[in-house]
Ligand binder design. Sequence first.
Ligand code: HEM
Length: 520
Amino acid sequence: MIISCSSFDISFLLALTIILVITLFILKQKLSKTAVSNLPPGPRKLPIIGNIHQMAGDQPHRRLTDLARKHGSDVMSLQLGELSHIVISTPEAAKLVMKTHDVAFASRPYLLAADVLYYGCKDIAFAPYGDHWRQMRKLCTLELLSARRVESFRRIREEEVSNLVASLTAAAVASLTRFAAAGKPVDLTRMVSTVTSAITSRAAFGAAFGKAQELTDAFMMVVENISDVLAGFTISDLYPSLKFLPSLTGFKAKLEKMHKASDFVLDQIIDEHKSRRKGGDGGKEDLVDVLLNLQEKQNLGVPITMEVVKAITLEIFLAGIETSTTTIEWTMSEMMNDSRVLQKAQQEVRQIFGGDSKNHFDETGLHRLKYLDMVIDESLRLHPPVPLLAPRENRDQEVGFGSYEVPINTNVIVNAWAINRDSRYWTDAERFFPERFIECTTDYKGNYFQFIPFGAGRRMCPGVSFGLAIVKLILANLLFHFDWTLPDGQKSVNMTESFGVTLRRQHALHLIPVSHGGVP
Ligand code: HEM
């Protein structure tokens, strides 16, 4: 659900240049047709590739921030292959895109991977603005990801998180017996990812046992690489007029293979649900059941076909896991580097839920953890999991943008990572300081454009409650049941980022859990 330019392969590009030169004349003609006299400023572009060379590397959010400082601090033009882009880097310009001109910029640019994997963009995130998107979005808000639905998955979250606590406790015990005083680190990234996957798959497909569990495992395997190809534009997307490129590079064949595999498992998941429903064993309603109910009723303006059911199921599954895992990883990392914050957050959760680690707590008291809320907000500010949001496009009209003109079919990149650190809005903006939210009315709900980890406007993330319910419960449990230390010889947690589907940590987070109140 993000735009990534990290996959640009420079050597591949050079080889392609020979072919591209042949089309130079055609391209030039195309580009001159869209030329507008008062485009936003931007760096000089090279023939054919435009500014692609300036995006090479693995930190596009930082590159765009640097480029914007030099060439267009509010809004900057960028040419990537055949596609015109503008890059938004301040809250004021973000407000113009996501509020003033929200409708004009409400579409998404075409991405070949989304077209193939989501049955012709029949999902929500990549669907162009129009009737299908409107209906699916409404469905999401009212049915699939509503507060009532999120609450209905509470048992699943609590069960899976208590499994995580049990595994960590076992690791703490085992390491103490083997290493006496010093504990052994666990791969917290992997453990958290396992539990977010388990919660999301149970919510989406149901029971964590029997055939359903087998199918979930199979699905996990086939979708493993799907997120990566959806992460951003590829060379084929940047040169849409060169229709032969996806086949020539083998990208299309790769996508079709992935699609075939995921479609096969999705079909089985749906068949399993159908036969369970026929047999009268409704069980607890999961998201596939909700979609099938709606499909049977068919009383909606745009019909819900089986392809729509599969596209939405796949999307929710992919959207739920990476974003929540990334948020938890960064929040723990920041707290490990600031023991004051870690202790304060631990004190709060232990005071509210009772200091004994053998106590268990459910979600009902989580709203009382005000300091933890601020810690999560601060983590989302500095480490927005989707740092460039999802790209938008003005498909139908040219847009007057302040004193500039944005030509029709321009892709819009909103650099939320840079915006969330704007020093005009945030004092000591680079510092992790949760207390800044005590007096501050700013929140992530899309009304304050200096803080947009979930985006804003019509295309804002509909999964906020679903995602944060997982994040908060897991963090509260990690803080309540364990004290945490760094592995031997490590003075602080390395905060190097890795840009991909989400802005993850480059290295998995390894920490030593020590059961709070002693090992039972
Ligand atoms: C911490 C967790 C999450 C973060 C930080 C996050 C962030 C985002 C962002 C930045 C966008 C793009 C918004 C824009 O273009 O303005 C987005 C879109 C979306 N998210 Fe999330 N997300 C999270 C969790 C979830 C979950 C759990 C789900 C579903 C289960 C979900 C489903 C979606 C969908 C369907 C869209 C596309 C919306 C549209 O295009 O209309 N997200 N998310």
